[in-house]
Design a protein around this ligand. Structure first.
Ligand code: 13P
Length: 334
């Protein structure tokens, strides 16, 4: 796979006014989301829900790609069209979550490391055959008393770089996601310092391991106040702090940065992205790769009447895609 092809895919993922929808929840995680609205976590329901999302009319107006889970990339529409084929035929790039989740980092209480490198080359080869053109790996950094440690940051960065290099070897664009969790009482300055250290370590590891940044996308968390911090930074402060942090750590040659929503309310996720783009021009395209902030409203509608509310739920997905697409241009109407 040439770097030109990887760069082309990366550019397509952050095409003007477009972003990514993350629907790559593991079976356990989607189970939690379903339980919250009273839906049984069966294979049939997971398939039907993912079909609802992926077949949203005109989705590709604002969505460049969708991240799937292992089970989902093997599933098909009710008419028997494999999801990845359906997506490719409707202008949406198929992506795949390839990490195997987090485990406790031995020797470092309260900290996590992401697993999934063993056998990754072979899994990537299979995913490519199944139609995937980009992949995602999520590392999780927790802020708390005396954490994160430099060790936790570095081992996660090292794993992200190993994953990214393998992706590029197999023709997939790596979306590298070091998520700094919003959980905690810390203030926005603490989030800034941690995010800066994480991104410095990540780009050091990517450089050390010969990852080509032209064919890489960063999936970043925003610099925000901890969820339980008594003083919550406003939209402008979040936008300015996040941009400053990214500018000091992320090389300009990277084609794009997409944000995760991380538990932010739908509108806040949109407002933050919009504000950052209004502060531009920026060195890279800034867009979205939201999971919850794209799906929450739709899931609630579908749960109320799974038979008759499909179209209503799809309208909600489209509305979120449109708002976030406008925010990716700094033209959200609010
Ligand atoms: P959220 O936007 O719900 O944080 O999910 C994005 C994602 O893919 C996390 O890995």
């Amino acid at each position: 796979m040439s770097i030109e092809q990887l760069a082309e895919t990366a550019q397509a993922l952050v095409a003007p006014g477009k972003g990514i929808i993350a629907i790559d929840e593991s079976t356990a995680t989607i189970g939690k989301r379903f339980a919250a609205v009273g839906i049984d976590n069966t294979e049939a329901n997971r398939r039907a829900y993912r079909e609802l999302l992926l077949t949203t009319p005109k989705l590709s107006e604002h969505i460049s790609g969708a991240i799937l889970y292992d089970e989902t990339i093997r599933q098909s529409t009710a008419d028997g069209v494999p999801f990845a084929k359906y997506m490719a035929g409707h202008g949406i790039l198929p992506g795949i979550k390839v990490d195997k989740g987090t485990v406790a980092l031995a020797g470092y209480p309260g900290e996590l490391v992401t697993e999934g490198l063993d056998g990754l080359r072979e899994r990537l080869q299979e995913y490519y055959r199944l139609g995937a053109r980009f992949a995602k790996w999520r590392a999780v950094i927790t802020i708390g008393e005396d954490i994160p440690t430099g060790t936790c940051i570095d081992v996660n960065a090292h794993a992200l770089a190993r994953y990214a290099a393998l992706c590029q070897e197999q023709g997939l664009v790596p979306v590298v996601e070091p998520e700094v969790l919003m959980d905690g009482e810390h203030d926005i300055e603490t989030c800034y310092e941690v995010t800066e250290a994480v991104l410095r370590s990540l780009f050091g590891s990517l450089y050390d391991q010969n990852v080509l940044l032209e064919g890489t996308i960063l999936k970043a968390s925003m610099v925000v106040s901890g969820k339980d911090c008594p003083e919550q930074a406003d939209v402008q402060e979040v936008a300015e702090s996040t941009l400053m942090c990214l500018k000091t750590t992320v090389p300009a040659i990277l084609p794009g940065i997409v944000f995760l929503s991380g538990g932010q309310p739908d509108e806040a996720a949109t407002a933050h992205l919009d504000a950052m783009n209004r502060l531009g021009p920026n060195p890279w395209t800034l867009s979205f790769s939201y999971g919850r902030a794209m799906q929450q409203a739709a899931l609630q509608l579908w749960a109320r009447d799974m038979k008759n509310n499909v179209r209503k739920a799809q309208d909600a997905v489209y509305a979120r895609a449109r708002a976030n697409g406008q925010a990716a241009l700094g033209k959200w109407q609010g």
